[in-house]
Design a protein around this ligand. Structure first.
Ligand SMILES: Cc1ncc(COP(=O)(O)O)c(C=O)c1O
Length: 489
């Protein structure tokens, strides 16, 4: 039995919202819909009226996110206690706002920051805001699976040793596929060298609450970490949390930056969902996550029995130098069927009404969470069986030759300098040797292929052309047909 701290059953913000909604006070303040009375009827009919009664604004009874002194303060303190932080902050613009705040509060213009190359676009935009200079580390690639893993301790150590003047290191852990970096070795090493550790834990708000999930960033000693509560547990879309330890980071500076990057009209519905998601994880997370793990493990076994498909498990960690694997993520390799992940994702959606989280050229990614039930997994396995049986022995065609990009970053300007320079649009075919003026990102997962100031290599040029042909969504190219790219004049 996991012992629960009684205080974690409290939901101060949610309770205050309900109490104010029930008090039926007359409102002459924002939001203009006045507890739903001004909302279009179609909307109210579909979602019901109650939700609008807690769509409130900053008022004494429900506190202020910009200057919390009441129920938001209490709710954030409960979150800090549950996660083991010195301070926790509610975010209403997702982990994007957290990444911006982490970079801006730690790095001054010109500071050097070590960044794992699989960083989300928002980390790079943080660098544009501050003018910090990135030094990149490439994550390890599993050539057989054709999968980007995470960074290794040895690679991180080498970059830290070569850059002792770096102010901070920014890692994404877990990555989209649930693979964590070995933070228990990396973080103490960085700290020993006086380097602040910033972790994008967008995909790990649940890790703390189950012993069979990888060690969370805070447990490994991270100074700052941000989590997308909405991606994996009970937060509503856009709700995230930023957790801080005060030893190496000035929490007041962080608080001030958050005031700059967050709305002055935060959604109380989103914040209430954070209050409740924390309560749920702290009080029954273990039980809920045990069920999710069991569902995922069973499904993984069944998928591995389907000819032409495979779904790796913890065996991938052997000799991998990774930290761990979140087994609730099912990364299904489809390349043996001669289909791309994009094609399988489309088939699942349009023929079987199943929507996956993400596809890449070789895989589809399925998130199994506390919201899933056995019948959902049964439907997935059945659909995959049908797709596999229809596509046995097909030729892989151009997929077989497709390679993951190798980043040999040549950065001639900081992302900020390059972003504000004059640019021109040219054909991608003619772009090798030019310097990118934009962040070019393949979605999902939103990992930048090019950043402002980075020289476009022939490999990256070919990768962009090929991946566009496979049906990936590319952000940061100036025209919709993905034929052009913005480069510095
Ligand atoms: C690793 C990582 N960091 C940050 C983000 C951005 O998070 P949010 O959508 O909560 O702003 C994402 C979104 O996919 C992500 O995958």
């Amino acid at each position: 039995m996991i012992e629960v701290d009684e205080r974690q059953y409290k939901t101060p913000l949610f309770d205050a919202l309900v109490s104010l909604a029930q008090s039926r006070k007359v409102s002459f303040h924002t939001p203009g819909h006045k507890s739903g009375k001004g909302i279009a009827t179609r909307f109210v009919k579909f979602v019901g009226p109650k939700i609008f009664s807690i769509d409130l604004t900053t008022l004494d009874e429900v506190d202020s996110l910009q200057k919390p002194i009441g129920v938001i303060k209490e709710a954030q303190e409960l979150a800090a206690m549950a996660y083991g932080a010195d301070a926790s902050f509610f975010l209403i613009n997702g982990t994007t706002a957290g990444n911006h705040s982490m970079v801006i509060s730690v790095c001054d213009p010109g500071d050097k920051i070590i960044v794992a190359r699989n960083a989300h676009k928002s980390v790079l935009t943080g660098l544009i805001f501050t003018g910090a200079t990135p030094v990149f580390i490439n994550p390890k690639v599993d050539k057989t699976l054709k999968l980007t893993m995470n960074v290794t301790f040895d690679d991180v150590k080498e970059v830290i040793d070569e850059n002792p003047d770096a102010k901070a290191i920014y890692l994404t852990s877990p990555n989209y596929y649930g693979i964590t970096a070995d933070l228990e070795r990396i973080i103490p090493y960085a700290h020993k060298r006086g380097i602040i550790t910033l972790i994008d834990e967008a995909h790990g708000p649940h890790l703390k609450f189950h012993p069979e999930l990888p060690t969370s960033a805070l447990e490994a000693g991270a100074d700052l970490c941000v989590q997308s509560t909405h991606k994996i547990i009970g937060g509503m879309t856009q709700s995230s949390m930023l957790h801080a330890r005060k030893e190496r980071v000035n929490i007041n500076t962080l608080r001030n930056i958050l005031k700059m990057v967050q709305s002055t009209s935060p959604s109380y519905i989103l914040m209430a969902s954070l209050d409740l998601a924390r309560m749920q994880m702290a009080t029954e997370g273990n039980k809920l996550l045990s069920r999710a793990l069991e569902l995922a493990r069973k499904a993984r076994k069944r998928i591995n029995r389907i000819k032409g498909l495979s779904c790796f498990g913890i065996e991938i960690l052997e000799e991998s130098e990774m930290g761990g694997l979140d087994e609730t993520k099912l990364t299904i390799t489809v390349k043996e069927l001669g289909l791309s992940g994009y094609q399988v994702s489309q088939m699942l959606n349009h023929r079987f009404d199943i929507q996956v989280e993400m596809a890449d050229p070789f895989h589809i990614l399925v998130i199994v969470s506390i919201g899933d039930r056995q019948e959902h997994l049964d439907r997935l396995v059945k659909a995959l069986r049908t797709i596999a049986s229809e596509n046995q022995g097909k030729e892989s065609g151009p997929l077989a030759r497709f390679k993951l990009p190798i980043f040999k970053s040549r950065i001639s300007l900081t992302p900020r300098e390059a972003f504000f320079r004059k640019y021109r649009n040219i054909k991608i075919e003619e772009s090798a040797g030019e310097i990118s003026s934009e962040i070019v990102t393949v979605y999902p997962p939103g990992i930048p292929i090019l950043i402002p100031g980075e020289t476009i290599t022939p490999e990256i040029r070919d990768y962009l052309i090929e991946i566009s042909g496979f049906g990936a969504t590319i952000d940061g190219l100036p025209v919709d047909d993905n034929s052009m790219i913005s480069v510095l004049k």
